[in-house]
Write a protein that binds this ligand. Structure first.
Ligand SMILES: NC(=O)c1ccc[n+]([C@@H]2O[C@H](COP(=O)([O-])OP(=O)(O)OC[C@H]3O[C@@H](n4cnc5c(N)ncnc54)[C@H](OP(=O)(O)O)[C@@H]3O)[C@@H](O)[C@H]2O)c1
Length: 333
C-alpha cells in the first residue's frame, strides 16, 4: 500500500508553500534591517536660500524627493521634465508640502537635442545663476529597440548624450555662479558593462544592457568633466543612489515584472532614501571643492579601474561631442 495519497500531497505542498513564504519574509526582514542600518542619510542642515538648482526627471522617484528636500531648504528649484501634465501635479504637491513657491517647471525631453537646446536657451535667458545642476533623469528599456529623431539610441540619448549636451549649454552659467556643482546620478550596475568606442551609438544592442552601458558612460563623463573643470570653481561628482523602489523598473515586461515587483517591494529602498546621496552631493559643506568622486550612501566609494581609464574617457568625450552635434558657437568644456 502506497504511503502517498492526494490528501498527503495537498498537505505537503501546503506546508512547503508556507515554508517558502516564511523564508521570503525572513530574508526581506533581514535585508530591510541591513538596509536601515547601512542607510546613508544626508546630515547637512544647509539652507539653500538664494541658490538655484536644476533637477532633471523631477516628477517621480528620486528626482521628486530631491526637489522636495531642496525646496524645504529654500532653494529655487527648476523641475526639468518631459511630461508637463504629471509634473505640474507633482510641483503643486511639493509647493503645498514645503510652502516654497519658488519651484518652477520647465519642459525638457533629454531624448531630443532640440528640446535640450530650447530648455538651455530659456534657462540662460531667464536665470541669473545656477548653483547646482542635477542630472537625475534616466530610462531603462528592456527589449524595445528605439532611436530618437536625432538617430541616437534612446537609452544612451536620454541617460548620457542628453546630459552631456545640457552640461555644455549651461556651463557658462555654472561658471559665473561658482562655486557651483554638477551631480550625476549613475549606478553600481555600471560594473556589468563597458564602453565600446567602436560602437558608441549602439542602436542594435539589447536595450536592457544599454542601461548599464549608459551608467558606465555617466561615470566616465563625470570623472572627465571634473578634470576639465579644475580651477573653474565648478565641481562634478557622481553617485549610486542604492536600489530604489521607483518608476525605473516600469518597462520590464510581463512575466519578468512579477518576481521583480516582489524583489523591488521587499528589498529596495524608498525614493526618499534613494535621494539622500544626491542631496548630500548637492548641498553638504564638506564636499566644497570635492570633485571627480563617486558616492554611495553619502560616502565616497571606490570605482573599478576600467571606468577610471583617462584615455578611454578622453576618446569617449570627443565621440559624445560629435554625437550631440556640438556647434562651433557652443561652449566647450
Ligand atoms: N531606482 C533605482 O534602483 C536606481 C538605481 C541606480 C540608479 N538609478 C538612477 O536614478 C535616476 C532616477 O531614477 P528613478 O529610480 O527615480 O526612476 P523614475 O522614477 O523612473 O524617474 C526617472 C525620471 O526620469 C525621467 N525621464 C525619463 N526619460 C526622460 C527624458 N527623455 N527626458 C526627461 N526626463 C526623462 C522620468 O520622466 P517620466 O515620468 O516622464 O518618464 C522620471 O521623472 C536615474 O538616472 C536612474 O538611472 C536608479
Amino acid at each position: 500500500m502506497s504511503w502517498w495519497s492526494p490528501e498527503i500531497g495537498v498537505k505537503v505542498y501546503g506546508q512547503a508553500a508556507v515554508a517558502l513564504v516564511a523564508v521570503i519574509i525572513v530574508i526581506c526582514t533581514i535585508v530591510r534591517i541591513f538596509t536601515f542600518l547601512t542607510l546613508g542619510v544626508c546630515k547637512s542642515k544647509k539652507q539653500m536660500n538664494g541658490k538655484t538648482v536644476i533637477v532633471t526627471g523631477a516628477n517621480s522617484g528620486i528626482g521628486k524627493e530631491t526637489v522636495m528636500d531642496l525646496a524645504r531648504r529654500g532653494a529655487r528649484v527648476i523641475m526639468a521634465c518631459r511630461n508637463l501634465e504629471t509634473a505640474s501635479k507633482v510641483r503643486a504637491q511639493i509647493i503645498e508640502e514645503t510652502k516654497n513657491k519658488n519651484v518652477v517647471l520647465m519642459k525638457l525631453d533629454l531624448s531630443s537635442l532640440t528640446s535640450i537646446r530650447n530648455f538651455a536657451q530659456e534657462v540662460n535667458r531667464a536665470e541669473s545663476r545656477l548653483d547646482v545642476l542635477i542630472h537625475n533623469a534616466g530610462v531603462a528599456n528592456t527589449f524595445s529597440k528605439n532611436t530618437t529623431s536625432d538617430g541616437l539610441e534612446v537609452t544612451m540619448a536620454t541617460n548620457q548624450f542628453g546630459p552631456f549636451l545640457l552640461t555644455h549649454l549651461l556651463i557658462d552659467l555654472l561658471k559665473r555662479s561658482a562655486p557651483s556643482r554638477i551631480v550625476v546620478v549613475a549606478s553600481e550596475l555600471y560594473r556589468f558593462a563597458s564602453i565600446n568606442l567602436d560602437n558608441p551609438n549602439p542602436v542594435n544592442t539589447l536595450p536592457a544592457y544599454l542601461y548599464y552601458v549608459s551608467k558606465y558612460a555617466n561615470i566616465l563623463f563625470a570623472l572627465e568633466l571634473a578634470k576639465k573643470l579644475q580651477g573653474t570653481g565648478v565641481t562634478a561628482n557622481c553617485l549610486h543612489p542604492g536600489m530604489i523602489d521607483s518608476g525605473i523598473w516600469r518597462n520590464v515586461p510581463f512575466p519578468l515584472n512579477l518576481p521583480l515587483k516582489v524583489i523591488v517591494k521587499g528589498f529596495f529602498k524608498s525614493p526618499a532614501q534613494g535621494a539622500q546621496t544626491t542631496i548630500h552631493c548637492a548641498v553638504s559643506d564638506e564636499l566644497d571643492g570635492v570633485s571627480g568622486k563617486y558616492f554611495l550612501d553619502c560616502k565616497e566609494h571606490g570605482l573599478s579601474q576600467g571606468v577610471q581609464d583617462p584615455a578611454v574617457a578622453k576618446k569617449y568625450w570627443e565621440i559624445c561631442e560629435r554625437l550631440v552635434k556640438l556647434e562651433p558657437t557652443d561652449p566647450r568644456i
